[in-house]
Design a protein around this ligand. Structure first.
Ligand code: DX5
Ligand code: ZN
Length: 220
């Protein structure tokens, strides 16, 4: 599968989100990653459906909403109506994962499950047929700019192996601390979508990273 890059708007300049989305679009981003935090599942509060709704007509990019919110089933409908293409819920955030995933799909969006660094992949065992994406968190959720946790590499390899052996078609996204140094091991482990926030928006020549990450796949 061709590697996709999904810059996270969390590290963008929030006073001009339209321009920030255009900037990643012209620099070759495949998706735009939207980090939604509720002040409960994680301490921070970030963007909500109204922001997503106003950005929707401004870009043709695939919108990848990562809900770091408790009881995500209460918010899925609003984000689907705001026009996101994919909704990922944290496996730890709901007692009703199957129901949440079915709800996402019934609203016409693609469905994903995110796993925190300490959460085992066994959470996926009974929901494989409902999944369009698995997101492996390579930092603890809550903030951009944290360091990559190398201990998640075996989990990426394991999930990639499960997808292959079950003959499933889905994306394997990795999120947190991705940069030029950490990306090669993540790509080798089987990731198909890389999220990068601070390395794209806050680093010097960060926009070049989008193309560089995509080319990395052919060089490994
Ligand atoms: C962390 C978020 C990530 C984060 C990535 O809670 O889910 O998407 O913004 O940012 P960097 O690339 O700076 O780790
Ligand atoms: Zn994220």
């Amino acid at each position: 599968m061709t590697l996709k890059v999904a810059p996270s708007l969390l590290s963008a300049d929030f006073s001009c989100l339209r321009e920030e989305v255009k900037r990643i679009e012209v620099n070759g981003a495949d998706w735009v990653h939207l980090d939604v935090m509720d002040g409960h599942f994680v301490p921070s509060i970030t963007i909500g459906p109204v922001v997503v709704e106003s950005l929707r007509p401004q870009t043709g990019l695939f919108m990848d909403a990562h809900l770091m919110v408790s009881e995500p089933e209460n918010h899925i409908e609003e984000f689907a109506r705001a026009g996101v293409n994919l909704i990922t819920v944290q496996g730890e955030a709901t007692a009703h994962l199957d129901r949440a995933l079915r709800k996402i799909k019934s609203l016409g969006a693609k469905a994903g499950v995110a796993l925190n660094p300490a959460t085992p992949a066994s959470v996926l065992e009974y929901v494989w047929p409902l999944l369009d994406l698995v997101l492996i968190m390579s930092v603890n959720p809550g903030a951009g700019g944290q360091s990559f946790i190398p201990g998640v590499i075996p989990k990426i390899e394991y999930v990639a192996g499960q997808i292959r052996s079950r003959n499933l078609t889905m994306e394997l996204e990795v999120d947190g601390g991705i940069n030029r140094e950490t990306a090669p091991a993540v790509i080798k482990a089987g990731a198909t979508v890389l999220v990068a926030g601070s390395a794209v928006f806050k680093a010097e020549n960060g926009m070049d990273l989008i193309g560089d990450l995509k080319n990395m796949q052919n060089m490994l």
